[in-house]
Design a binder for this molecule. Structure first.
Ligand code: BGC
Length: 251
């Protein structure tokens, strides 16, 4: 029997999972990916998660799943970019019942934040690290001396009279066809505000676009040190597994 934790990244296009080695924060064996069902309602996603876990019949460890919304004690509290049916869903209970395994959900940016601080760009850094993910929305994780303060939701600060993520997320760059220079100006406004509110020691910038960080990170003009995420598309899976292992240990 394999008791290692399992991480699942629930994204807009794919639901991806792998066993995780918490020693080095890497996948232990293959990653399996299944297309995200449309609409991605809780029931439809639970079926895919059960199917995905079916590829790993000998594992018994805890399962962590990222969700792009507020997560409070296993219950989803917001759905800015996902099906509204998630709001109020006790997803820990739903997934645990659907799979027959102990499942703990975690906010997607919080998972990435945990992983970057434990194994990636912010490894060994103390003080306040703010990990942001620039994607469809803006996700955030506040990690102080290695401890996560979950559900910071800094993508929904007000900027320019609206929701910051609608102005400064990578989706805004794509939808409005912004150059990296134009986008970096908006990111400077965004990160300046977060910097003024929290005085962090370090910003880590993640999300799929972070692989092109050389094109825009140097153009963001703030005082705080800023580095690209290093776990890339492993951060969600690794962070979810870490979260589940810690939650299981507290039971
Ligand atoms: C959601 C957050 C999420 C972020 C990134 C935001 O719209 O409110 O919970 O972490 O998008 O997916």
């Amino acid at each position: 029997m394999d008791t290692r934790p399992f991480g699942i990244d629930f994204g807009g296009s794919g639901i991806k999972g792998a066993l995780v080695d918490l020693g080095d924060g890497d996948f232990d064996g293959d990653r399996v990916k299944i297309k995200t069902p449309q609409p991605a309602t809780p029931g439809a996603v639970a079926e895919v998660v059960a199917e995905l876990l079916g590829h790993f019949p000998n594992r018994t460890g805890p399962v962590g799943i990222t969700v792009p919304g507020v997560v409070h004690r296993g219950v989803v509290g917001s759905a800015a970019n996902i099906d509204p049916a998630w709001i109020g869903e006790d997803a820990d209970a739903l997934f645990t019942k659907a799979t027959g395994h102990e499942v703990h959900i975690v906010n997607d940016a919080d998972a990435a934040g945990l992983a970057e601080v434990r194994y990636g760009a912010a490894k060994g850094r103390d003080g306040l690290v703010i990990v942001t993910t620039l994607g469809t929305g803006i996700g955030s994780a506040l990690v102080y001396d290695g401890a996560l303060v979950p559900n910071s939701e800094l993508g929904h600060l007000e900027l320019n009279g609206g929701d910051a993520e609608q102005y400064a997320a990578n989706s805004a760059r794509e939808n409005e066809d912004l150059t990296f220079e134009e986008w970096a100006e908006r990111l400077t406004e965004y990160y300046s505000m977060v910097e003024a509110l929290f005085s962090p020691d370090l910003f880590v910038v993640g999300g799929g676009i972070s692989k092109k960080s050389a094109e825009f990170l140097p153009l963001i003009d703030i005082r705080t040190e800023m580095v690209p995420a290093t776990l890339r598309n492993r951060a969600g899976i690794v962070g979810a597994a870490l979260w589940a292992a810690e939650a299981a240990a507290h039971h």
